[in-house]
Write a protein that binds this ligand. Structure first.
Ligand SMILES: [Ca+2]
Ligand SMILES: [Ca+2]
Length: 119
């Protein structure tokens, strides 16, 4: 069933974004050990290669990778499965959305409303 979904051409940006998440996860998860989970090494590689911009220089730090790994590995099996990975992506997307909203309110104050309310 998932094979037929994945073999269809995505018809929207959101569908292709979902396929990209799945493909990206499996690109790294299949490198060593269990093909369907990310080991510490695979997670580090994924973070550096795919999320370097969002995570900044901190992802180069082994301690930061360890911290992300420990935060994500909710069932403590030493591997990050797809469910655990998608939680990271959700949290990062929320952080990006907050940043986007902050920028929007800073740069485009609504007309007729003063930026600061003085009482
Ligand atoms: Ca693996
Ligand atoms: Ca796990």
């Amino acid at each position: 069933m998932p094979d037929t979904i994945m073999s269809k051409e995505p018809s929207s940006n959101l569908e292709s974004a979902m396929q990209m998440l799945i493909k990206t996860f499996h690109k790294y998860s299949g490198k060593e050990g269990d093909k369907f989970t990310l080991s510490r090494g695979e997670l580090k590689e994924l973070l550096l290669e795919e999320l370097g911009t969002y995570l900044g220089g901190s992802s180069k730090d082994n301690e930061a990778v360890e911290k992300v790994m420990n935060d994500l590995d909710s069932n403590n099996d030493g591997e990050v499965d797809f469910t655990e990975f998608i939680i990271l992506m959700g949290a990062l997307t929320v952080a990006c959305n907050d940043f986007f909203l902050d920028c929007k309110t800073d740069e485009t104050p609504k007309e007729g409303e003063s930026a600061e309310k003085k009482n």
